[in-house]
Design a protein around this ligand. Structure first.
Ligand code: DSN
Length: 429
């Protein structure tokens, strides 16, 4: 019996359509994944009922014994997963995590450097339409046109010129390992703090398949739902806590000794109220899963699949930003294929393949049109797809892009996609 089908048939039908979409199409959005049923059970469970402003042992509400246990477990598992001395598991999202970290380390008006959005950065790394670009004086650095990788000569030059208080490394569409060590050298050369946003590769970092930022960065933020395969949410970590260097005052608690206390108080009460305890508990479930040996094999397979996919595209004369990938992300520059990112996204959608249009470095088109698409392998790898399926998928993507206006071809690909998906069920129950 489904309570939803009885109580709200409209939403039950909508949910059914979404389940069908997820089951019957190929999810290649690099930031999406399919959580385990255990994670979903916790995320859909009774802890959604509980108010628990504060932190374990120091709440503003009674009745927090069991949510305290869940949050403590989430924090302990996360520390173990990344080798972090400090963690905060309360941010509702990656953007909230970034907001709390920025508000702790810099003041409004301060200069901060971040990767240009069109070069693989993120909205919260200084986009003028985001709080980050509005509150702080962001100066963007870019990738080199030749290599598609961060242009460190230029990063040094900009840093010397603008003397940032903080530099953010990482982003949303950077297919290569984030160069934490090199960024540390730049940050040290100008006395800046270094923040890593590992929202995309965090699952790969957790399993040692991507370098770790812990010893290089002052603060690290991430989401929990991409390669880490947890519920939607954010986290903040520090490899090592350190003394509050500015004598900053924390909201509510006043003067505090360590940066960890500032970060905690900036998350709550600084920018958030009641934590989402059902999500925090579901994060704990996901961190437990990520500590299992099977998770390392899974993340290795994500990378194998992405590299096989990149090779397949290169053979078909697709231009890949940076020439390939070290991770789960491939950024395809479609300018030699005579199709915009927007049209490619729509066309592939008709063929049952979900991707997102994406700006490419030095893109002349707007973010609503773009010259590229971003594809990623975390979700199809969770389904168990491997090398054989990757070859088919690359072929179908190319066939669809080459037959934009041929509805029959698109329909045939959709039916092939559907048949393939039937062999890789996500939620068999
Ligand atoms: N929207 C996320 C992504 O797709 O990478 C970043 O916030």
């Amino acid at each position: 019996m489904s309570y939803l089908s009885q109580g709200d048939p409209d939403l039950y039908a909508i949910l059914g359509r979404e389940i069908h979409r997820e089951e019957s199409t190929l999810e290649l959005i690099a930031s999406e994944n399919f959580t385990s049923q255990a994670v979903m059970e916790m995320a859909g469970g009774v802890m959604t009922n509980k108010y628990a402003e504060g932190y374990p042992g120091k709440r503003y509400y009674g009745g927090c014994d069991f949510v305290d246990e869940a949050e403590d477990l989430a924090r302990d598992r996360l520390k173990e997963l990344f080798g972090a001395e400090y963690v905060n598991v309360q941010p509702h999202s990656g953007s909230q995590a970034n907001m709390a970290a920025l508000m702790t380390f810099v003041n409004p008006g301060d200069t901060v450097m971040g990767l240009d959005l069109a070069h693989g950065g993120h909205l919260t790394h200084g986009s003028p339409v985001n709080f980050s670009g509005q509150l702080y004086n962001f100066v963007s650095y870019q990738v080199s046109q030749n290599t598609g990788r961060v242009d460190f000569d230029s990063v040094y030059k900009i840093a010397k010129e603008v003397k940032p208080k903080l530099i953010i490394c990482g982003g949303s569409a950077y297919p290569r390992f984030i160069e934490f060590e090199q960024f540390r050298e730049v940050a040290d050369s100008v006395g800046a703090f270094l923040m890593a946003d590992i929202a995309h590769p965090s699952g790969l970092v957790a399993t040692g398949l991507h370098p770790s930022p812990m010893k290089y960065c002052d603060v690290i933020t991430s989401t929990t739902h991409k390669t880490l395969r947890g519920p939607r949410g954010g986290i903040i970590m520090m490899g090592k806590d350190f003394e509050n260097p500015w004598g900053k005052i924390a909201p509510k608690s006043g003067r505090v000794k360590n940066v960890s206390e500032l970060l905690d108080s900036m998350v709550m009460p600084g920018i958030q109220g009641g934590p989402l305890m059902h999500i925090i508990a579901a994060k704990a479930v996901a961190f437990g899963e990520a500590l299992m040996p099977e998770f390392k094999s899974y993340t290795q397979e994500i990378i194998n699949n992405a590299q096989a996919m990149a090779d397949g595209f290169l053979k078909l004369d697709y231009k890949l930003v940076s020439g390939g990938t070290d991770t789960h992300v491939i950024l395809i520059d479609l300018s030699n294929k005579n199709i915009t990112g927007k049209l490619a996204e729509n066309t592939l959608g008709k063929a049952g393949i979900t991707v997102n249009k994406n700006m490419v470095p030095f893109d002349k088109r707007s973010p609503f049109v773009t010259s590229g698409i971003r594809v990623g392998t975390p979700a199809i790898t969770t389904r168990g797809m491997g090398h054989v399926e990757i070859q088919k998928i690359v072929h179908w993507i190319d066939e669809a892009i080459s037959n934009l206006n041929n509805e029959d071809v698109l329909k045939r690909i959709k039916s092939n996609v559907n048949n393939l998906c039937l062999n890789f069920p996500i939620y068999s129950h």
